[in-house]
Write a protein that binds this ligand. Structure first.
Ligand code: G1P
Length: 281
């Protein structure tokens, strides 16, 4: 089932990446040649989205600027004969036919709050969420999930080391699998190792039943004093069902310096490999 509307929350403060993020949103930091946000936009489009709701904070405007076509810059590159750069520029943003709407999150009150800010713009059909911090290379993760989705809530999943469980939403699982969908009976946001119901963590890709919006409007702040999407999803497990989806692909936490660096190394290798194939062909 294609996911027609995708929310990309990008209104956080990026505190883990200060001072680089003092005046630049973290989603504008580069993964080698292009900003983090571009990978989220590309994946949304690959999954079939025709509408993207980009949630931004009220002050930093670089994301809106990035999405605006720059005719002067295009003309300059063409006139200077910089065709490869011109082509690279043309391949960013979103293709025509895909609409991006900016939704302002007045204050960074958490992921659940960012999704709730989109409620007035959503129809009563399932929608996708891509957290741009989680850059995933390989078969587009949200597309993999859409192929398997048949209702309820579905969240991408990955096994993590015990010492990392407190950084993630963690699933309580009722089945087991090596890849693909697994039935889950609950989810806990950022538990301690002792309290974690499994070692399988939520990764930032979701396909959600719209009932979650009603839940979110009643969800009090949870872990870290923020309104947690995990808490709202967990409330619907008995009525809507929850699927953890073990995806194929390589994920990088680009909300951290080490993740950004590792993703950039892989991206550079991919580009070099692509160029070598193009040159040989
Ligand atoms: C968010 C979610 C968490 C999920 C994580 C994946 O946390 O709340 O459940 O495991 O993304 O990256 P955050 O990284 O925003 O603290």
């Amino acid at each position: 089932m294609p996911v027609k509307t995708v929310i990309i929350p990008a209104g956080g403060l990026g505190t883990r990446l200060l001072p680089a993020t003092k005046c630049t949103p973290k989603e504008m930091l580069p993964v080698y040649d292009r900003p983090v946000i571009q990978f989220a936009l590309d994946e949304a489009v690959a999954a079939g989205a025709t509408r993207i709701l980009l949630v931004v904070g009220p002050t930093k405007t670089a994301l809106q600027d990035y999405l605006r076509p720059d005719e002067d810059l295009s003309r300059h590159l063409r006139e200077k004969g910089k065709h490869a750069l011109h082509e690279a520029l043309q391949s960013t943003g979103v293709p025509s036919g895909v609409e991006v709407e900016i939704v302002v999150q007045p204050s960074p009150r958490g992921l659940g709050d960012a999704v709730l800010c989109c409620a007035p713009y959503l129809e009563r059909t399932p929608f996708g969420v891509i957290l741009p911090d989680d850059v995933i290379f390989g078969d587009p993760c949200l597309l993999q999930m859409g192929r398997s989705y048949s209702g309820g809530h579905m969240v991408a999943a990955q096994a993590v080391a015990p010492q990392q469980v407190s950084q993630y939403g963690i699933f309580r699982l009722t089945g087991s699998a090596i890849r693909g969908p697994i039935r889950a009976s609950g989810m806990v946001e950022k538990p301690s190792v002792a309290e974690a119901p499994s070692r399988v963590a939520a990764v930032g890709r979701y396909i959600l039943d719209p009932i979650v919006l009603t839940r979110l409007s009643m969800t009090p702040p949870g872990a870290g004093g923020e309104v947690q999407l995990t808490d709202a999803i967990a409330e619907d497990v008995d009525t809507k069902g929850l699927t953890a989806y073990l995806f194929d692909g390589e994920r990088f936490d680009c909300g951290s310096l080490d993740g950004l660096l590792s993703a950039a190394v892989v991206r550079e290798r991919q580009l070099r490999h692509g160029n070598a194939i193009a040159a040989a062909g």
